[in-house]
Design a protein around this ligand. Structure first.
Ligand code: NAD
Length: 259
């Protein structure tokens, strides 16, 4: 019998991360929800165990409280996943934070924080996980970037720069491990209905313009991103590595010129 695979999802307590965790739990994986929001992570863990079984002895979902902007905590998180379930097969680098403000007025401390959470954490978690995956002889990493890393984004210099860096980090990591049975890919969501962009979606004036810019005319549901992450993690995607996949309702298919 093949062993039950283990997936570690950073930022797994909300939005895209929570939908991803839910999908993997429903598909019978061991899941580690890594998040700094312990309350939300615990609540999700309890609801998943209720829905998909597992008990105190055969527990397939666990949480790890982490601030991914801290390197030692990220390393502890990866070690926990392997020790808890005996392997680490899939890493989903999903935790992220928004950055705001045009360059001229951007705050240096905020810039650094966005880089730590959105970019450096991806490096730290990947490095620690790759050591385990190389020893196992298998593994896959999925990075949650953004279409803001594919093109410029008004007023989002730090966010856009951090996501562009994640995209090329994904490509390079994929090349470095293409012959190690380790695949590395990224998804680039457009607008997704999660707490991260609640402010935009709840503001009628902004939201109308934002939705107008999406050819499909609506934001994604978090499950629509989780579906692609799940696909990339599976053997169905066995020849995909270094791929950067927009999941954006058509935004990046559009030149932006008036209709
Ligand atoms: P969300 O705010 O719903 O969830 C983010 C989760 O990450 C939260 O549970 C939060 O507690 C956790 N988190 C944030 N900072 C953390 C830290 N330092 N340490 C540990 N956990 C931390 O956001 P979401 O929309 O689901 O975003 C998930 C990813 O998707 C992010 O990388 C984001 O940049 C990306 N993304 C989102 C959208 C969108 O429109 N929502 C679009 C493109 C890309």
């Amino acid at each position: 019998m093949s062993h039950r695979k283990t997936v570690l999802v950073t930022g797994g307590a909300s939005g895209i991360g929570a939908a991803t965790v839910t999908r993997f739990a429903s598909d019978g994986f061991n899941v580690v929800i890594a998040d700094r929001n312990q309350e939300a992570a615990t609540e999700l863990k309890d609801s998943l165990l209720n829905r998909f079984g597992g008990d105190a002895n055969d527990n397939c979902v666990d949480i790890f409280c982490v601030d991914v902007s801290q390197q030692d905590q990220v390393q502890g998180m990866v070690a926990f996943a392997q020790q808890r379930f005996g392997s680490l097969d899939i890493l989903v680098n999903n935790a992220g934070r928004a950055g705001s403000g045009p360059v001229a007025t951007a705050d240096a401390e905020h810039w650094q924080k966005v880089m730590d959470v959105n970019l450096n954490a991806v490096f730290w978690a990947s490095q620690a996980s790759l050591k385990i995956m190389l020893e196992q002889g298998s593994g896959t990493i999925i990075n949650v970037a953004s279409i803001s890393g594919l093109g410029g984004d008004y007023g989002f210099s730090s966010y856009s720069a951090s996501k562009a860096a994640v995209i090329n980090f994904t490509r390079t990591t994929a090349l470095d491990h293409a012959r190690d049975n380790i695949r590395v890919n990224a998804v680039c969501p457009g607008a997704v209905a999660t707490p991260l962009i609640e402010g935009v979606l709840n503001n009628e004036a902004i939201s109308e313009r934002a939705l107008e810019a999406i050819p499909m005319g609506r934001p994604a549901e978090p499950e629509e991103i989780a579906n692609v992450i799940r696909f990339l993690s599976s053997d169905e995607a066995s020849f995909m590595t270094g791929a950067i996949i927009p999941v954006d309702g058509g935004i990046t298919a559009w030149t932006g010129q008036a209709k």
